[in-house]
Design a protein around this ligand. Structure first.
Ligand code: SF4
Length: 343
């Protein structure tokens, strides 16, 4: 156990990632934003989003005082939007309940919206030097291989064993370099496919390497085919403007702006008339756009409708006509941005 940590710390100091925008700071706010953005997202993708976010929201007070729309706009394209909504809620909660200061204890950090046990640990390690264990997807893979832990890590029994291991391994000294080393090892060496064991600092300890189990560990999620859903999105355009609707706060893309959705068997002309008081001058179905979520795949069939006449009626709440350029820059989900870009 001690050898694992010692080797990892020495390796991190020589070969680990350095100079990332969120490294070299003890500011829990900056570390928190980075840890949330890095969930399920690669470092190279995160860097420009992180820099823009910190430039626009440099501290908790600015984030708490901003509107959710502003936050979602900067998040647009990064995916998993509940992360952005939770950041915003958490900033408001810190302002209200912690006098605007980021909690300094693990329990306070872990109680904030959108912060799980591993993320709370990472924040406490990098901001406060606390001896806490992390266990994200990459770390599960490293520990399962190195210590020969069989079973799917999504199962409670396996996850509990990995957590116990992670806690025992966390060193009393050098916790920051150790934690960063675990992250770097999982991201760059002990990768899901074709790990580079020859460059691994813990290869001599690794059970999977010794026994030829590297390909088998960790056991993948039991396969179930993802359900496939279809939807129609209306692109109503008129005089260089396009109609966007705000999604309800809960559910996929909650709080983002989106093209109006229709059931696949709905009558386009009737829907345009009833919902928007718009007559159809011309309608054209465009090539479908596919988008993958964690639990299902979505096929969007965009229908471009050139609006003929528009009834003078009060605008539907949550609907807005925007110049096309503004719509592309609004807080819209990635596939909607792709549809708008093709227009
Ligand atoms: S030796 Fe290979 S499988 Fe084992 S921890 Fe290192 S990179 Fe992963």
């Amino acid at each position: 156990m001690a050898s694992f940590a010692t080797r990892l710390i020495a390796w991190q100091k020589r070969h680990g990632r350095r100079g990332l925008p969120w490294q070299g700071t003890r500011d829990p706010y900056a570390i928190w934003i980075a840890e949330i953005m890095l969930q399920q997202t690669r470092v190279a993708t995160v860097i420009p989003y992180y820099e823009r976010f910190l430039a626009r929201f440099p501290d908790i007070a600015t984030l708490a005082d901003s509107g959710l729309d502003d936050v979602l706009r900067l998040w647009s394209g990064l995916g998993y939007y509940s992360r952005a909504r939770n950041l915003h809620r958490a900033a408001r909660s810190i302002s209200e309940h912690h006098g605007g200061a980021f909690p300094s204890r693990f329990e306070g950090v872990a109680a904030l919206p959108g912060i799980g046990r591993s993320t709370a640990s990472a924040i406490c390690v990098f901001a406060y030097g606390a001896r806490k264990a992390i266990l994200d997807g990459n770390v599960k893979r490293v520990l399962a291989r190195c210590f020969g832990v069989a079973g799917y890590p999504g199962e409670k029994r396996v996850a509990d064993r990995l957590w116990r291991l992670a806690e025992q391994l966390a060193p009393r000294r050098g916790i920051e370099a150790y934690t960063q080393g675990l992250m770097d090892l999982g991201a760059a060496v002990c990768t899901r496919r074709e790990p580079d064991c020859a460059k691994c600092p813990v290869d001599r300890l690794c059970v999977a390497r010794k026994r030829g189990w590297v390909e088998r560990l960790p056991r993948p999620r039991p396969r179930r085919p993802l359900p496939y859903k279809r939807t129609v999105m209306l692109m109503l355009t008129r005089a260089g403007e396009v109609l966007l609707e705000k999604r309800p706060a809960a559910g996929i893309w909650g709080g983002l702006w989106c093209l109006p959705e229709l059931a696949t068997d709905a009558d386009v002309a009737a829907a345009c008339a009833q919902r928007f008081g718009a007559s159809v001058a011309h309608a054209e179905t465009l090539p479908p756009v596919a988008h993958g979520f964690t639990h299902f795949r979505l096929e969007i069939r965009p229908v471009h409708v050139r609006v003929g006449a528009l009834e003078a009626r009060a605008a539907e709440p949550g609907a807005v006509w925007l110049p096309l350029e503004d719509a592309r820059g609004a807080a819209v989900p990635a596939p909607v941005r792709r549809i708008l870009a093709a227009l």
